[in-house]
Design a protein around this ligand. Structure first.
Ligand SMILES: C[S@@+](CC[C@H](N)C(=O)[O-])C[C@H]1O[C@@H](n2cnc3c(N)ncnc32)[C@H](O)[C@@H]1O
Length: 500
């Protein structure tokens, strides 16, 4: 028993200490607390104390104890002061006009605001920071992961009753891959997905998104099975790794990756959805679009030491640029555009005249081609101003595409993948390629046709699969897409030389 007098003095002392600390908070605005102080005196910011509704003493103490534990757990011994005024969120950067135009300003779309996203989709556009997968059902069907083109999620065991090994060469936003994971959920145990992307900026976000999809799927399975202590538990990263691996590499390294991981010749389905994702196109700071000002960069892999589009233009001679525009984009005005882009190079000092931004390049191309169209116009019927604008824009798009193909070595790595494909696939394994321009489709067609002739592929799509008119309307970016597929022959004779 503590004598009454001592108890009262303790309370008085306690109250005195509290008053002093409160005065100190008010005077300095700083809450310096050490972990040795009594929990009832610690870690409650002044503002929340003022605002806190009256609570029973014991409950308050429990809450304060919890806050202390949490803070100590995180190794925090200093809390910045909580102002007594309500803090305003930082002001967003202002943009011109009523609606944001730049990728970074479209914060409602980035934050996933449902109303804004619905409005953007209704306009046939892609919300910022997203990518709408193209020919999704058709891809799953030709990959052997769905039994019907119009019923994407019914898995098919047409390849074998063995676990499936699916490779997505171009992960992007993960639109195709998330559906592949769902299909694998219904396939044999041990089925897995390996997904490549060379874009280190986007692959991190996509991997996180797909891990969430995977966790949801695994929870659903566990809950459905209702098995043991694991039911409904969140699986560890290690467990997820078995099923889904994201590889931040160029797909030209696929064969060596598979060899090193003892998976060469075991791939049951392979998807390559070539080109750029919408996130890359729409982000003007990456320099892929001529519609907004941005640096002439155009690298998909920003980590590597590969040169930017600007540096490429600085290095090329007009004849080389002309050949590149003709080869990569079948550009009819290649000669005129090449001399205009590298105009007077060297006369005003090194590279002074080479365009540095996307908009500068677009203007230079338009100014060059406009009079050439007018010359043509005199021989043909008169073109409306709308038609001229369209022709000029498509010329700019072709020029940018040609430069982008060069910067990213797109034809070289596609040729490499097509060459490795027969070694990568298991007998009866399937490959699906989505291409977006004639240079890509020509290569895929040629490789599949030759492989079929040699008995490497048992069948292939001599006719391309195209998006429906509804898909093209809903997602105009799908308009120029062509799907081709091939199935690896199961004949032993068709085996090809080792690629070591
Ligand atoms: C059209 S997007 C894929 C979209 C994806 N199918 C989806 O539904 O979200 C193409 C992606 O492939 C990547 N890519 C293009 N060429 C590549 C290559 N050679 N190696 C690895 N990734 C590549 C790009 O960075 C981009 O993210």
């Amino acid at each position: 028993m503590i004598p009454i007098g001592v108890k009262e003095s303790c309370w008085t002392l306690c109250i005195l200490v509290r008053v002093c600390i409160a005065a100190l908070w008010m005077a300095t605005g700083v809450s310096v607390v050490t972990a040795t102080m009594a929990p009832s005196l610690c870690f409650v910011p002044a503002a929340s104390r003022l605002a806190a509704p009256a609570r029973p003493r014991q409950q308050q103490q429990q809450q304060q104890q919890h806050e202390l534990t949490m803070s100590l757990d995180k190794d925090i011994i200093y809390h910045p002061p909580a102002s007594t005024e309500t803090k305003k969120p930082p002001r967003r950067e202002r943009y011109n006009g009523r609606y944001p135009r730049n990728f970074g300003d479209k914060y409602k779309e980035h934050e996933g605001d449902a109303d804004t996203i619905a409005k953007v989709l209704a306009k046939g556009m892609t919300p910022a920071g997203r990518h709408i997968p193209i020919l999704l059902k058709e891809c799953l069907y030709h990959l052997g992961l769905s039994s019907q083109q119009d019923d994407a999620l019914q898995s098919s065991s047409s390849i074998s009753s063995q676990p499936l090994l699916v490779v997505d060469c171009t992960l992007g936003y993960g639109g195709h891959s998330s559906q592949i994971l769902k299909a694998l959920g219904e396939a044999e145990k041990g089925s897995r997905l390996v997904a490549f992307d060379q874009d280190s900026l986007e692959i991190v976000k996509t991997e996180e998104r797909l891990r969430a999809v995977l966790r949801e799927l695994m929870n659903m399975n566990m809950n459905m099975n209702g098995t043991g202590p694991g039911a409904g538990a969140i699986p560890t990263t290690k467990e997820e790794e078995i099923i889904f691996t994201a590889v931040n590499q160029n797909f030209s390294t696929l064969a060596s990756y598979l060899r090193e991981t003892d998976q060469l010749g075991k791939v049951t389905s392979l998807l390559a959805d070539l080109g750029l994702s919408s996130m890359q196109i729409d982000d003007n700071s990456r320099g892929f679009t001529y519609k907004r000002e941005g640096p002439l960069d155009m690298r998909m892999n920003t980590d590597s030491s590969t040169e930017t589009a600007y540096h490429l233009l600085c290095r090329l001679k007009p004849k080389q640029l002309q050949a590149m525009l003709a080869e990569n984009s079948d550009e009819v005005f290649a000669s005129e555009i090449a001399s205009a882009l590298l105009e007077k190079k060297g006369k005003k000092g090194a590279n002074a005249i080479v365009p540095e931004t996307t908009v500068e390049l677009a203007e230079r191309v338009r100014d060059t081609v406009r009079p050439l169209l007018q010359d043509k116009k005199q021989q043909q019927k008169k073109l409306s101003s709308g038609a001229v604008k369209k022709l000029l824009d498509s010329t700019v798009a072709r020029v940018m595409q040609a430069i982008r193909i060069e910067i990213n070595g797109e034809f070289r790595v596609l040729d490499q993948l097509l060459e490795d494909l027969p070694h990568v696939l298991v007998p009866n394994g399937r490959a699906v390629f989505l291409t977006f321009h004639s240079g890509e489709d020509r290569r895929v067609k040629k490789a599949f046709k030759a492989g079929f002739k040699n008995g490497i592929y048992s069948s292939w799509s001599s006719d391309v699969v195209r998006p429906s008119s509804k898909e093209r309307r809903d997602n105009p970016r799908s308009s120029c897409c062509k799907l081709r597929w091939a199935i690896r022959s199961d004949s032993k004779d068709a085996s090809v030389a080792d690629i070591i």
